[in-house]
Design a protein. Structure first.
Length: 401
């Protein structure tokens, strides 16, 4: 025997026997594990076999059920075959009866339709006859009414014609009597308009029965100086007289007027709006005010030019005396002092604003420098993760990692 001593407890034992026991233990463990595996596999095989058996039984039951159903169906079909044949024969007999009944019903419907059509035709014919008789009665009544209306119409036309003639006659007499009154009304309106529009001027009315124009306007400027005369002739008739212009030009020469104006209700055939005709201004009452404004302006400007040409030598002497006087010198000095004060204020404001601008420029440069430093530091740390700002980069520079 080969004895071995345990280094821990000093016990002596046989090494071969101990090894044999150890192997036996290991072998028993493996055998037990194998038996467990075999038992598990056996159980699985049993379950599989049971499942296959169940499926097999189900399949057999299905086959047997199908066979039974087929046989039952066959027996039912054989049993019902005679009954179906009988039913078919009975159905054919009923179909024949139904067809005969439908034919009879169709014949009745046809006869009923024919009878209804005959009734409709008779009703339509009666309506046509009644409508024709009604039209004949209405036509006779209409002709009778037209004849009566024609008589009434002719009577009213005769009355209307007489009334129109009477109105025309009265209108002609009224126009003959009121022509002078209409002219006088327009003359008064002309005078009132001129007096209201031009308060500096003198408006003279020409009395009735006196040869000459209807109104005379003496134009005066703001200084009260006479600048010229304008004469007005007022006409309010349906036709434009051929001698009106010549007569007004004669009045203009007799009075010594600068401008002649003819205010008329009816314009000459060759004029649609106001204008000058043979040296006379022609307009209607609505255009008169605007025209007189322009003509009056011309007379005032002409008088101003004439006045400026009078006594030029005396005016030059007065102007030279004024320019060399102490008063003119004092006025120029006052003007220069005023401009000097304005320039000093402007220079002082300019210096103040330049100071403000410099302070703001330094602040902006400081903020911009801090922004550039922060941007450079962030780009140096994060690299391409920070988007480029074109204002802070060189033109054409590429991003670097």
């Amino acid at each position: 025997m080969n004895q071995t001593t345990c280094p821990h407890c000093g016990h002596r034992f046989d090494a071969g026997e101990a090894l044999q026991k150890h192997l036996d233990i290991e072998l028993r463990k493996k055998i037990e594990e194998q038996e467990k595996l075999n038992a598990q596999k056996l159980e699985e095989y049993k379950k599989q076999i049971a499942e296959e058996k169940r499926q097999f039984e189900q399949e057999e039951k299905k086959k047997m059920w199908a066979i039974a159903q087929s046989e039952a169906k066959k027996r039912v079909e054989e049993a019902n075959s005679a009954q179906i044949q009988a039913l078919k024969e009975e159905n054919e007999q009923k179909q024949k009866q139904i067809l005969a009944s439908q034919q009879k019903e169709l014949e009745l419907l046809r006869r009923e339709t024919e009878l209804k059509n005959q009734q409709d035709q008779l009703r339509i014919q009666l309506e046509k006859d009644m409508l024709q008789k009604r039209q004949e009665i209405e036509e006779a009544a209409r002709k009778k009414e037209e004849e009566r209306f024609e008589l009434i119409k002719k009577e009213y036309e005769k009355r209307l014609e007489d009334q129109v003639k009477l109105v025309d006659e009265m209108k002609r007499k009224a126009e003959q009597g009121s022509m002078q009154m209409q002219g006088e009304v327009q003359e008064l309106a002309l005078e009132e308009l001129l007096q209201a529009a031009f308060p500096y001027d003198e408006i003279q009315e020409v009395g009735k029965g006196i040869r000459g124009a209807d109104v005379i306007q003496i134009v005066r400027n703001e200084l009260g100086q006479d600048c010229g005369k304008i004469i007005y002739e007022s006409k309010r008739t349906q036709n434009f007289g051929g001698d009106w212009i010549d007569k007004l030009k004669d009045d203009q020469r007799n009075i010594g007027a600068d401008i002649a104006v003819l205010v008329t209700q009816t314009m000459p055939k060759d004029m649609e709006r106001f204008g000058e005709k043979d040296g006379v201004w022609v307009c209607n009452f609505l255009e008169m005010k605007a025209l007189v404004f322009a003509l009056r302006k011309i007379l005032i400007q002409t008088q101003t030019v004439k006045s400026s040409q009078e006594n030029r030598a005396d005016k030059m002497a007065v102007m030279y005396s004024y320019l060399t006087s102490n008063q003119f010198k004092q006025q120029i000095e006052a003007i220069v002092d005023g401009f000097k004060t304005l320039k000093d204020d402007l220079d002082r404001e300019k210096r103040a604003f330049q100071k403000i601008w410099k302070e703001r420029e330094a602040t902006i440069e400081k903020v911009l420098g801090s922004t550039i430093d922060m941007y450079g530091s962030m780009r140096g740390i994060a690299g391409k993760a920070i988007d480029r700002i074109q204002y802070l980069e060189l033109p054409g520079a590429d991003d670097e990692d």
